[in-house]
Design a protein around this ligand. Structure first.
Ligand SMILES: [Zn+2]
Length: 457
């Protein structure tokens, strides 16, 4: 099957050119003009951008939380991702206490059988011991080449510095990447207890008890330990100026220091968490939303490449029935926001608003995450030999984001009522149409597991 995408503007991280794209089977065969081919199908891309399918390296589908699960599983979440222009996700497999990494990973392989788009896994490590360190090497050999550790949530996820350092050393030896949730959980837990003791139970207190200074402190510690371990390190969901300054400082020192931020930290703030009533619970995630002045700094970080990636940390919980577990206690509100469908378009508003250029946009949503996480042999750009994961994006389409029209399985949108420009109109994965003009054509389970290469930062 040969498909010719005709008349569009091909945008990659480095180029913007008027060209046709020839797809042969699952791969991009050629890019150029005036190709003399007889395609089986032609897609007219006149007036639209032809961009690589986006890569979201931070999602949580089907994640257990307090007796229930994230409201998107791999079926609904991957479908919503495709509608939003994302054709690859890297989700977090979770090790339960007392079990092997293998058992946790196998459980995620099972869950992901329902994915309609291609996927890889990071592994969340909750305990470090000799067996786990050995298993890390085994997993790297199977293409699970990144491990997430926590400095927050004592008694649930948090590891001490010794355990983190050991995992970093092991990762340095095997070519894996350590990803850190960087917030100092000890003082944060003390603050949470104190606030609740004073009867301060509203959602906004979730942010007030997790101040930016404790994120900055943790990021600082990550890169000092990474330096000692001679390991690269990557900060997930960086939210504040304090944390970003620590990344900058480490990079200036020559440490292999990397970080992602998320759309919520670029577009939402603590003001949303302070909305009247219980409304603020919709915006509870960790690290929390900050004051508005942090946003500009994060955009600067993206422009200067001190932040290399924007991913979603997609972890949706319904407002009714899930978020309201914390009605009388902000610390019981499930942490996480829905946004796997919105990232591509939200980030594109950065182009519309003149914050970033078009090529940088593609780099941030597709090319850089693919490269950072060992997918750059197949994903993240449009070039001969690469998977034909392609978004035909109409930059002039205007619409309003709403829970009424989104495809995520969650009863609210953090961006309800927001006017945006641009629509991923046609989305292809490996040459197959997933989405076209609002209709979904993929079969549940047609996504493939992507073994990822060792990390070469
Ligand atoms: Zn996360």
């Amino acid at each position: 099957m040969r498909t010719l995408i005709q008349g569009g503007t091909v945008v990659t991280a480095t180029e913007t050119v008027a060209a046709d794209v020839l797809v042969d089977g699952e791969k991009v065969a050629a890019i150029g003009t005036g190709m003399s081919v007889e395609p089986d199908r032609t897609i007219d891309a006149t007036g639209r951008y032809v961009m690589p399918g986006a890569v979201d390296v931070h999602t949580h589908m089907d994640l257990p939380f307090g007796g229930s699960f994230c409201s998107d599983d791999f079926a609904t979440g991957s479908r919503a991702a495709a509608f939003g222009g994302t054709t690859t996700i890297v989700d977090f497999a979770l090790q339960d206490y007392g079990e092997s990494l293998r058992t946790g990973l196998d459980r995620w392989h099972e869950k992901a059988q329902k994915s309609s788009i291609d996927y890889g896994f990071h592994m969340i490590v909750r305990e470090v011991n000799d067996q786990v360190l050995q298993e890390m090497d085994t997993l790297v050999g199977e293409g699970v080449t990144s491990f997430k550790l926590f400095m927050a949530y004592p008694g649930v996820f948090m590891l001490d510095d010794g355990a983190i350092f050991q995992a970093m050393q092991r990762a340095a030896d095997s070519g894996a990447l350590i990803m850190m949730h960087a917030e100092n959980g000890g003082p944060i837990d003390v603050l949470i207890r104190q606030y609740l003791g004073q009867g301060r139970t509203d959602p906004v207190n979730h942010s007030l008890t997790r101040p930016p200074v404790m994120e900055g402190e943790a990021v600082h510690r990550v890169f000092k330990m990474a330096e000692l371990a001679r390991a690269p390190a990557y900060i997930v969901h960086l939210s504040s100026r304090d944390a970003l300054n620590e990344v900058r400082e480490a990079r200036d020192r020559g440490v292999a220091a990397y970080a992602e931020t998320c759309p919520q930290y670029l577009y939402l703030s603590i003001d949303d968490m302070a909305r009247p009533g219980f409304e603020g619970a919709k915006f509870v995630c960790s690290p929390p939303l900050r004051t508005v002045d942090h946003q500009e700094e994060l955009w600067k970080g993206l422009v200067a490449d001190d932040l290399q990636v924007v991913s979603t940390d997609h972890a949706p919980f319904n407002f009714k029935g899930q978020k309201d577990l914390g009605k009388d206690d902000f610390s019981k509100i499930p942490n996480g926001l829905p946004s796997v469908e919105d990232r591509f378009t939200l980030l594109y508003q950065g182009v519309v608003d003149g914050m970033i250029g078009l090529n940088r946009f593609v780099e941030i949503v597709a090319t850089a995450p693919a490269k950072m996480f060992g997918l750059s042999a197949r994903k993240g750009t449009i070039a001969p030999g690469f998977d034909a994961d392609i978004v035909i994006f109409d930059p002039n389409h205007e619409r309003t984001i709403s829970a009424e029209t989104h495809h995520m399985n969650v009863d609210y949108s953090c961006y309800e009522g927001r006017r945006v420009k641009g629509l991923p109109q046609i989305v292809l994965q490996r040459g197959n149409v997933l989405v076209e003009n609002g209709e979904f054509f993929a079969k549940e389970g047609q996504g493939s597991f992507l073994p990822r290469s060792r990390i070469s930062t």
